[in-house]
Every structure is written in C-alpha cells, then in structure tokens.
Design a protein around this ligand. Structure first.
Ligand SMILES: Nc1ncnc2c1ncn2[C@@H]1O[C@H](COP(=O)(O)OP(=O)(O)OP(=O)(O)O)[C@@H](O)[C@H]1O
Ligand SMILES: [Mg+2]
Length: 356
C-alpha cells in the first residue's frame, strides 16, 4: 500500500489499542527509510518514556533517539535516528515566554496550574508546539500521538471557542487594560475599568472569595495569554491545514475486537470534518498469523476454538474492508518488551508500504 509522504501524521484511537506503540513504530520505519522525523506524544501516561527509556528531565525537550537503541541490523540503522518529544504544556509555554519576553508574567501560579498535564491546555499547547516545529522546517514528517478517544477531535472542533476568546471586542478591552498596566498603571485601574463592564460581578465575587492578590494575578495571567494570541490564532490555521490531503495522513488505530472496531468507526464519523482520502485504519493485534501457526491437531476442543477465532477474525477483517478504504494490519506480538513490539511493528509498516 502506498502511504504518501506528508508533513504531519496523526495517530488517533481509543484507550490502549496501541496508538503510542504504532506511532513510534511509524517513526522508526520512516527513519529507517532515511526520513527526518519528529515524534510528539501528548499521552499523559508517558508510555513513550517507557518504550524509549527516556528520563523525566526529557519532558518537553527534543531527544534524539539513535536507531542503534533498537538493536536491529547495524547496516540499516548506522548513523540514523529520529527525534522524540514528550509534550509538556509548561515547556511550550516557557518557550513562548522566552519568545515574547514574558518571563515574569508566566511565572504565575495560575499559569503554572493551567499548564499542568491535566490543566486543560494540553491539546492547544501541543498544536502550538507542532506549529513551532513545522516552522523550523527541519523535519520531513512530524508524527503526533494523540490522547485516547474523541477528546482530541472535539478539541480540534472547538477552535471557535479560542477565536471567541480572542475576538475583537474582548481584545480591545484587554489591549486597553494591558496598556494601563504595562505603562506603569496599577492593576487597580484595570479592575476599576472592568467594574464598569459586565465582568464586575465576577471579579467582585472573586475578590471576596480569594482576595485582591488573586484577582490581580488572574488579570495578569489573562493578559500574558493575550500577549501570546498570535501563537494561539496560528494554531487555528493549523487545524485548517490538518484537513488538507496534501498536508496530513490520519491513522485511526484499533485493536481487533468488535467493540474497539465499532469505536474506530465512531471516531471516523466524529472526525469526518477532518478526514480526507488519506486516512488509514490500523488494525493492531491481529491474530491471523498466530492462528495460522497454531497446531491444534488431535485436540478437538482447541480445534473448535481455533475455528471460531479464525471465523471471528475474518468477520472483523471484512468489517474493516467494508468501512475503510485503506486498511493496514499489524499482528499481535508475543513478547513482553514494548521495544520488541515497536521493532516488529516498524518492520510490518515497511513490509506493507514497500511500494512507496
Ligand atoms: N501488536 C502488538 N502486539 C502486542 N502488544 C502490543 C501491540 N501493540 C501494542 N501492544 C502493547 O499494548 C499495550 C498498549 O499499547 P499503547 O500504550 O501503545 O496503547 P495506547 O493506545 O497508546 O494507549 P493509551 O490509550 O493509554 O495512550 C502496550 O503494552 C504495548 O506494548
Ligand atoms: Mg498512548
């Protein structure tokens, strides 16, 4: 099967189906083919860390993974590598702070809380990070391993909310207030201005509950984010790019179970706005090779079990063929090491895309 080379490849799917493993295998396969690849994972479970033996200090930093780590044929791996980045919203925000000279503003507890892995800024920050890496223009392909389920798709579709946040009238208010603050005016001025707007009640309430310091910090945090609006707005244009066939490949990962296949089908439906012709169903953990080699001769019970499992597997493959234009198959690997899984799956990628 041909998988055209694109700037971005997204790996989506429900929990535990093998997104991170397959995305890493794809990075390895592309790097073996001589491509310059960056693998970004948003997975809060940090599974990539385990697979690639990365350290806590690697969070948010680009690590170069030598293909020699995979102990494969030394001729094909020699001198080759791919880059990997465990998304850290805080690291991306820090990079933005450096770029925009906002160190002091970003050193606030509110921003620190927002940029925790579960602080709600994971997705937007990862899009900003991808956008930033794309602008560096050093990678042939950036692979994005997304968090489980349709949450990521919902997020992509929520771009209107971000736009509203930065919409003109809101911006005008903050711009005006921002000038007050940056030109030496006290945050008080800022509050007194807002007092005349509809936000009055909310801020008074906040002030009562949390004290004036918190309100000031809140305002500073909003202003700091406002000053980074161009990065946020650029992330919106990236969402549009993702819909273009010339820009992205979408991989919907599923394991070979009816429920997971149904979930992949639902995901395809939910992501319909984004999907173009180049989307691939990745059927992971297929049992066909195991079943073909399973010698059940002389054991009637096992023979029957094998037959029913084989029938089931065929039905699921038929279901995939009917519902998806492009289907890639990856076998269940009987080995405890995740590194072994990645190596073998990378080989399966190369075997299935040999004609590229
Ligand atoms: N083809 C395979 N054969 C055997 N084991 C596999 C295969 N693919 C993945 N695994 C294993 O399945 C487990 C789940 O994989 P992985 O963490 O990649 O899933 P995920 O979809 O990224 O999960 P999450 O939704 O938590 O992010 C891991 O232990 C991984 O090594
Ligand atoms: Mg994962």
């Amino acid at each position: 099967m041909k998988i055209p080379q694109k700037k971005v490849e997204l790996f989506c799917g429900t929990g535990g189906v093998g997104k991170t493993t397959i995305a890493t295998a794809r990075a390895l396969a592309l790097a073996l083919s001589g491509k310059k690849v960056l693998l970004i994972t948003i997975d809060p479970a940090k599974r990539l860390k385990q697979i690639l033996n990365m350290k806590d200090s690697d969070d948010g930093e680009i690590s170069t993974i030598s293909l020699e780590l995979f102990a494969m044929d030394p001729v094909s791996t020699s001198g080759k590598s791919f880059d990997a980045l465990l998304m850290s919203p805080r690291a991306t925000l820090q990079r933005m702070a450096i770029e925009k000279n906002l160190h002091a503003e970003f050193d606030s507890d509110i921003i620190k809380t927002l940029s925790r892995p579960y602080g709600g800024m994971n997705e937007i920050m990862s899009i900003i990070e991808v956008q930033f890496q794309l602008e560096k223009n050093i990678y042939d392909t950036i692979i994005l391993d997304t968090p489980p389920g349709k949450h990521f798709i919902d997020f992509l579709e929520s771009s209107e909310k971000i736009k509203n946040f930065f919409d003109k009238s809101f911006l005008e208010i903050f711009e005006y207030l921002g000038k007050n603050i940056t030109s030496g005016g006290k945050a008080r001025n800022f509050i007194s201005f807002i007092v005349s707007t509809g936000i009055k009640k909310l801020l008074h309430y906040l002030e009562d509950v949390t004290g004036a310091d918190f309100v000031r910090e809140f305002i500073d945090a909003v202003l700091a984010l406002y000053k980074c609006r161009d990065s946020f707005l650029k992330a919106l244009s990236f969402q549009k790019e993702l819909k273009k066939e010339s820009f992205s490949n979408w991989f919907l990962v599923t394991s070979v179970e009816q429920q997971k296949m149904n979930e992949a089908q639902e995901l395809k439906h939910d992501a319909a706005h984004f999907l173009h012709r180049d989307h691939f169903l990745v059927m992971n953990k297929c049992l066909s090779t195991f079943l073909d080699n399973w010698n059940t001769e002389g054991n009637e019970v096992l023979e029957r079990l094998k037959q029913s499992m084989t029938k089931r597997e065929h039905e699921l493959q038929e279901f995939a063929g009917k519902n998806f234009l492009n289907v890639l198959k990856f076998h269940e690997i009987n080995h405890p090491s995740p590194m072994e899984h990645v190596k073998k799956l990378a080989q399966m990628f190369l075997d299935q895309t040999r004609n590229d």
